[in-house]
Design a protein around this ligand. Structure first.
Ligand code: C2E
Ligand code: MG
Ligand code: MG
Ligand code: MG
Length: 280
């Protein structure tokens, strides 16, 4: 009977919607279990100095290997993790793992790199972020100068709180960047208020810099504006040599994308580091 009622209540849903809803509930439960079970791991994508082609940092990107559903991309589960608040414990786990791994590479004798960790706006607004970051650095022994936090323009909603949180993180010696720059709907005035180091040009702009003169103009302008404000610029989604050439000519500082490497496991990246050392 209960089942029957339930069915009637949901009559306005199409079967497709029902499926989407149950898929979402499945993912939400899976996220909770996944954290306990250790389904998550972190991949790393190199960030390269545009002038010398050297790896100067890595971005940590979460990967979820679900026992039944297989690999689920972040675009499918990060929004659910944000809605449910699960992004807070998941994000803390990524932060810890990325700092721990970076410290391990340093202890193995590789040249020190910065690790960039994505912080969702829900996580940023959570009251104890600064303490969590401080504790993570203490526990892993990572020097704050080797940690970067990637924030999105959406944190600007509450700019007073945002500025004070950012300033505390900056005072600890951490780098801050704005991810997906240019895709939000915010005004540019925050750039002079926020204590940030780097703008990450969104891949939707990088994509067509060689074929679309308007995208090329936008990227060129973002780079010049950033430099006038004393900010560094990294271009995301660099897939071709032509794109890289454009970024070299326009004095972009850093680049990241499939042209250099896809995000790869820590073990695979260690092999890349070894080969780089051999070349040096
Ligand atoms: P993002 O932070 O902007 O990360 C860049 C995304 O672009 C990554 O997708 C990366 O794999 C992809 N990418 C890198 N180079 C290229 C390229 O040359 N071409 C193309 N087409 N794509 C490229 P991924 O790993 O699927 O992550 C998607 C988004 O999910 C991230 O975008 C970020 O917003 C979010 N995300 C990933 N990991 C985390 C995390 O640990 N915490 C939070 N809060 N969000 C995360
Ligand atoms: Mg990012
Ligand atoms: Mg991005
Ligand atoms: Mg993105």
């Amino acid at each position: 009977r209960v089942k029957e009622q339930g069915k009637n209540n949901f009559q306005f849903y199409t079967p497709d919607m029902n499926e989407a809803v149950s898929q979402k509930i499945k993912l939400e439960m899976g996220l909770r279990k996944g954290l306990e079970r250790g389904d998550f791991n972190v991949h790393y994508q190199p960030q390269v100095d545009v002038s010398f082609g050297r790896i100067i940092g890595v971005e940590a990107l979460i990967r979820w290997n679900h026992p039944d559903l297989g690999n689920i991309p972040p675009s499918d589960f990060i929004p659910i993790a944000e809605e449910t608040g699960l992004i807070v414990p998941i994000g803390e786990w990524v932060l810890y793992e990325a700092c721990r791994q970076n410290k391990e590479w340093q202890q193995e004798g590789y040249a020190p790199l910065r690790v960039a960790v994505n912080i969702s706006s829900r996580q940023f607004q959570h009251s104890n972020l600064v303490e969590v970051v401080q504790r993570t650095l203490t526990e892993t022994g990572l020097d704050p100068q080797y940690l970067e936090l990637e924030l999105t323009e959406s944190i600007i909603q509450d700019s007073k709180h945002a500025i004070s949180t950012m300033q505390k993180l900056k005072d600890m010696g951490i780098h801050l960047s704005i991810d997906d720059f240019g895709t939000g709907y915010s005004s540019l005035s925050y750039l002079k208020l926020f204590p940030i180091d780097t703008l990450k040009i969104d891949q939707s702009f990088t994509k067509n810099i060689f074929s679309d003169t308007k995208d090329a103009a936008l990227v060129h302008t973002i780079i010049n504006m950033a430099h006038s404000l004393d900010l560094k610029v990294i271009a995301e989604g660099v897939e071709t040599g032509e794109q890289l050439q454009f970024l070299q000519q326009t004095q972009c500082n850093e680049a990241q994308g499939y042209f250099f490497s896809r995000p790869i496991s820590a073990e695979e990246l260690s092999i890349v580091f070894k080969n780089e050392l051999l070349l040096n």
